[in-house]
Ligand binder design. Sequence first.
Ligand code: CMP
Length: 141
Amino acid sequence: MATERTLSIIKPDAVRKHLVGQIVARFEAEKLTPIAMKMKHLSRQEAEGFYAEHRERPFFSALVDFMTSGPVVLMVLEGDDAIARNRAVMGATNPQNAAEGTLRKQFAESVQCNAVHGSDSPTSAAREVAYFFAQIEQCPR
Ligand code: CMP
């Protein structure tokens, strides 16, 4: 199994609810190791650029409002098969469809305020990691 890196975001809803520690602990328990981490209050331009592929979706403006409503925690997670495993740990985008034991089942409020983001493919992971982190900020274990 290949070692991969993926971008994880703890979203403003989860930060507001003081869930950062619990979410990071879950990633560490799953051997999804944070190798870069920072807290940031995204500007509209940063959020729009990050979610550019959703620009034509009806929820795009509300998504940008939400993602800029407070600070987020940005992380690069490293581990075996990290991209798919992170998505399994997060659960379905809509918490109503998320399996028991997933982060979104446990912590998400709605399809928009869904606690965490994770890259959905190797191509997305490469783009999203590079969007927020320079190579020199990533500290492989
Ligand atoms: P995320 O995994 O960050 O990727 C895109 C985000 O858009 C998604 O999580 C949700 O927060 C949001 N999103 C996706 N579908 C909808 C929807 N139908 N209504 C509102 N927000 C959505």
